[in-house]
Design a protein around this ligand. Structure first.
Ligand SMILES: O=CC(=O)O
Length: 208
């Protein structure tokens, strides 16, 4: 920690050098950039803590991205940042990149993970790509079953599940930007649906 704490910014370093009589220092931090344009940086929890201290003054919330769901690491980060700025709010990526099953946690520990790190100060916890993975899983497993069992796969896996779980997309027409009343009306007026006079249509909501 101390090593980072004692670091000077470029401006501070120049000021100090000037006081010591060294002027016209050459320093170009673009020169060591990688071919792809990245700056070289030796990352660590300590480095993130020190950045946390600096950014906490101008940011609503501080987030250190981690490579695994290591409790020791996120404890060290939280305690480190809070040692100087106790009221800081922290964020945590409950990342789908981690192999949670290979982490050695029990199911019980997984269930308790969010409240556990919330007590460290991680008040905004999120899964970056939960929707992406959930969509992919459902679409993949449904498509395979649909190829096998046709409409039964749709009804059993999707429509009945939407109905029994009260999922709003059951009547997806509501999601097209019209109000409930406009939606009902468009589905009860035969001409609005281009079906011609005298054609009887069933109201979509009651169908579901
Ligand atoms: O954003 C991506 C991830 O959390 O892996």
């Amino acid at each position: 920690m101390f090593q980072y704490e004692n670091c000077l910014s470029n401006e501070q370093g120049r000021e100090l050098a000037a006081k010591l009589g060294v002027v016209d220092l050459f320093w170009d931090w673009d020169l060591p950039r990688t071919r792809e344009g990245f700056y070289r940086f030796q990352g660590s929890v300590t480095a993130a803590v020190v950045r946390g201290w600096a950014f906490a003054l101008i940011a609503d919330i501080i987030w250190m991205e981690t490579a695994s769901r290591d409790l020791k690491e996120c404890t060290q980060f939280a305690e480190g940042v809070k040692s100087k700025i106790p009221e800081v709010m922290l964020a945590y990526n409950l990342s789908p990149s981690f192999n949670w099953d290979a982490s050695g946690m029990t199911d019980q520990q997984m269930m308790e993970f969010i409240p556990r790190i919330a007590r460290l100060g991680y008040c905004w916890q999120f899964i970056t790509l939960a929707g992406f993975h959930a969509d992919a899983l459902v679409v993949d497993t449904f498509a395979k079953d649909y190829a096998r069992r046709g409409m039964l796969a749709y009804v059993e896996r999707i429509q009945r599940e939407e109905r029994s779980n009260g999922v709003d997309t059951l009547a997806h027409q509501k999601w097209s930007g019209v109000t409930e009343e406009q939606f009902k009306e468009s589905w009860t007026r035969p001409e609005a649906a281009g079906m011609g006079e005298g054609t009887s249509l069933v109201v979509a909501t009651s169908r579901m």
